[in-house]
Design a protein around this ligand. Sequence first.
Ligand code: TXE
Length: 487
Amino acid sequence: MDRFQHYIDGAFEDAAHSFESLDPATGKAWAVMPEAREAEVERAVAAAHRALHEGPWPQMTASARGKLLYRLADLVAEHAGRLAELETRDTGKIIRETSAQIAYVAEYYRYYAGLADKIEGSFLPIDKPDMDVWLRREPIGVVAAIVPWNSQLFLAAVKIGPALAAGCTLVVKASEDGPAPLLEFARLIEKAGFPAGVVNVLTGFGPTCGSLLTRHRDIAHVAFTGGPETARHVVRNSAENLASTSLELGGKSPFVVFADADLESAANAQVAGIFAASGQSCVAGSRLIVEASVKDRFLSILKDKAEAIRIGSPQDRETEMGPLCTERQRRHIESIVEQSVAAGARLVTGGSTPSGSGYFYPPTILDCTKIVAESVRQELFGPVLSVLEFHDEEEAVRLANDTPFGLACGVFTQNLTRAHRLSKRIRAGIVWINTYRAVSPIAPFGGYGQSGHGREGGLAAALDFTKTKTVWLRTSDEPIPDPFVMR
Ligand code: TXE
């Protein structure tokens, strides 16, 4: 079996404890992963804390930090093939998607490399004639970056890139499910030449690693992507160290199709929105809200497309949908689909677990019109689309907003003024009009409500990894007057 190591304080090391990682396509163990517990967490945070305050990193100019990030971007591009193979092996995500996504991850590092020396302070037009006052932007401190198993390299890049551009140091915790690509990525951190301790990468379980890390006294900021329940733990832990948090928690995103939409194009976007990555995507467009007059036609196009999806080995370049990442995840999906069907949802396609090895689940469409179905309410994180219908724009908006989440939404219509209206009225951090699942390092990403807070991507994300320091300089040579009056 393959063996992976932690990367702490510039060195690769085994851990006292380890666990086996399963290949989701076969259900068989294929690699041994190190398991971080208290000792490793302590050493990783201490290394990051030291690197933040001592040694070459805090002395480095922002341009020099940018150059290291450019080098990292080149290395990610160069090694994208190997990283993609590992992600596919360890998480079951198809090789077509991991290859394309990791090649694009390099662009995130490139974007933040360019930003490193553009994070500027400012000079204040202060209301006192004998004072100069300016703001310095300083790194927020040691960052704990916690990622889930889906798109680990991507979700880590949107944290590591801006944090390094801002001059922070990090402890990155890979998910216990499918940690291989992120542990391997640590080799590129070393190769790029980042000083020891600037980026530490470990993996472990929630209670014995994640929890210790997020409440550690030397952690200043927690950048978290995962489920809402875990996020509540993270926020409770932040009451101990008073760390700031950014939370990206997934959603139950509406996909609104009006009768005037290009239905063929909308159906392709819907397939991308719910069946790509087997639906294991935070922005999955899992609630189709379709105008009643075209519902049957749209569902028939979708059904054909869903049933034509090539399901198979994630390693095969022809495969369009692979397995789910874990058996736990598949059981969860099965149970919600069963409950929804029992409540009266109509199965348009899919809905039954295939026999054989691996954690496969078919593309599934559930017509949930006029019933209360769990699949409409809960984030399933799987290839399950719940369908609702509307009769006018008001009803479309009401259904779209009928969720505690608010990460993304899709709006499909040829009517430009209506598209503008909906972009304002739907409560979500991202609105895609006549497209879906597009991302870029330049565009902020994040949600409303139970989808979390904070934004990843874009300039503002780098500023979130800084804090301002206000510096006062008295420019008068006269002695300070009355010491008992604040001035
Ligand atoms: O996430 P978890 P999981 C949703 C999705 C999915 C559900 C659970 O619905 O089915 O969340 O997924 C670490 N303190 N999304 O189990 O458990 C954990 O080790 C600190 C939405 O993958 O939240 C892992 O590294 N950390 C989504 C990370 O948190 C803790 C992405 C995420 O694990 C911890 C993933 C603790 N107490 C899931 N407990 C999206 N936005 O893409 C666990 N962790």
